[in-house]
Each structure stands twice: as C-alpha cells, then as structure tokens.
Write a protein that binds this ligand. Structure first.
Ligand code: ADP
Ligand code: MG
Length: 258
C-alpha cells in the first residue's frame, strides 16, 4: 500500500465510512478516465457511503418491526391473485397512504396473501426510513392489556403513536372479549389521522360484530378504521393450495391453513 493509500484508509476508518473506502480506488480510476470535476467526484464518493448507510438503516428497521416472515411486493404473484390490481398495490408501495396517515385494510379468506401484502408494504416503509411494528391483533391486545395493568396504557398509546406504521394482523382470528375489544378500539382511535395502520382480517366487515362482541362496537371500530383508508378485498383460493386438486386430497393429510 502506498503512503497516500494507507493514510486514506486511516481517514476512512476514523470517519467510519467503509463503503466509501471500498469504492474509492475504482471511482478514482473512473474519475481520471472520464475527467470528472472535483465536485462530481466528491458527490459520488459520499453518496456511496450515504446509500450504504440508508439501506443499512432499512435492515435494522426491518429487524425491529418483527415481521413473521420476509415478503416483498416483487414476489407477489398477481396472476394468481387477480382480485387486487397490481397498479393499486404498486401505488400503495409508493407510501402516499403513510404520508397522509391513512390506513390499509386487507380482507379475505386464509391464504389469499393478506399477511404477505401487509409485510411487503411495511418493508417498503422500512426501506423508506419509516419505523414499523408488526403484531397480530391478539398480540396488540396482550401488549396493551399488560400496559393497562401497570397503569401505563396512555403512555404506551402515546409511544406507539410516534411509530408511523403499525400492522394489526389477523383481526377476527379469535373473537375479542369486551376488554380486548375496547383496547383495540383505543389503539385505532389513538392513531386516527395521526399515524397509519395496516389491518388484515379473514372476516368481512359484516362479520365484525361477532369479533367485537356487538354491532355497535364493531361499527365504531370500522368507522374509525375506514374513514381514511384503502380497503382491499382479496378473493379466491389459498395460494398454499395452488395447483392442487382439492378433491384428490380428501383422505390425504390435511393441508396446513393459518
Ligand atoms: P393470508 O394472510 O391471507 O392468510 P398469506 O399472506 O400468509 O395469506 O399467504 C400464505 C402463503 O402464500 C405465504 O407464504 C405467502 O407468501 C404466499 N402467497 C399468498 N398469495 C400469494 C401470491 N399471490 N403470490 C405469491 N405468494 C403468495
Ligand atoms: Mg395472514
């Protein structure tokens, strides 16, 4: 290593800029060949480091969000799931809904891709620099009920309101008792026009009365959720069972549903 190169390596270490350090030799060659201005060279070298850091931040936000799996919009097969338009999902992926503090509601039977889309949109948000928390509706209720027991419900709700996107997956998977229904309502109300939610449910809104114990509670909840929201109704068979002749499976090991 020349003296200049080792001095540079030292300076990059001091700056904690490994991506720029790695990119430097090739960039310097290109700069000489293409007679870049000093400003252009500086800009490209620094932006290498900045974009490495931003995507790194994205990774740490993805970890912090606690997704049950990693799913992307690119992996979503719109030829199998024809009840949602690719253009609509791509538009949601641009995250206007998040900046407008609106919600996304994904309804449909098991296996139709609700959780997949919820995660994929959330990952877009993480990569765009937004914090996300993913949990099932049951887990949210448990978390809030814990906070309430410790007299911290308000604090917890306020803390959560600073997270731009919460996912409440599987609303209706198990019915709520009145206490749980009221905690879920607090969560939704607290975020109203303040921060976004993505909510998934395998039950249509018409069946939410059963989930929340009574129609009044369900109506209040739905009202709050849908006032500013994009509602997507997914239809069709479970993706897990694609290409399988269901009749032929009778007597076979039941397919796993969730
Ligand atoms: P839901 O939440 O509606 O029950 P999931 O999103 O969990 O369904 O989907 C079940 C499995 O099938 C997941 O592994 C998901 O990634 C996959 N899947 C569902 N729909 C699609 C699709 N249209 N394209 C690609 N994978 C899909
Ligand atoms: Mg799901």
């Amino acid at each position: 290593m020349t003296k200049a190169a080792s001095e540079l390596a030292h300076l990059f270490r001091a700056l904690k800029a490994p991506a720029a350090s790695r990119a430097l030799p090739a960039l310097a060659d290109r700069a000489r060949e293409e007679s870049w201005s000093y400003e252009r060279f500086a800009e490209i070298l620094l932006s290498t480091e900045v974009s490495a850091r931003e995507s790194h931040g994205g990774e740490s936000r993805i970890k912090a969000a606690r997704f049950p799996a990693r799913k992307t919009l690119e992996e979503f097969d719109f030829t199998f799931q024809r009840s949602v338009k690719k253009t609509v999902i791509e538009h949601l992926g641009q995250l206007d809904f998040l900046h407008a503090k609106e919600n996304v509601i994904l309804l449909g039977p098991p296996g139709t891709g609700k959780t997949h889309l919820a995660i994929a949109l959330s990952i877009r948000a993480c990569l765009a620099g937004q914090r996300v928390q993913f949990a099932t509706a049951t887990e949210w209720v448990a978390r809030l009920s814990d906070a309430k027991r410790h007299g911290n419900l308000e604090t917890e709700l306020r803390r959560l309101s600073f997270i731009p996107l919460l996912v409440a997956d599987e609303v209706g998977y198990i019915p709520f008792d009145p206490e749980a229904a009221s905690l879920m309502f607090s969560l939704v109300s607290n975020r109203y026009e303040r921060a976004s939610m993505i909510v998934t449910s395998n039950k249509p809104f018409s069946a939410w009365g059963e989930i929340f114990g009574d129609d009044m509670a369900a109506t209040a909840m739905i009202d709050r959720l849908i006032h500013h929201s994009e509602i997507l109704s997914l239809k069709g068979d479970s993706y897990r069972l694609r290409g399988k002749d269901l009749d032929a499976r009778i007597g076979a090991k039941p397919a796993q549903l969730s």
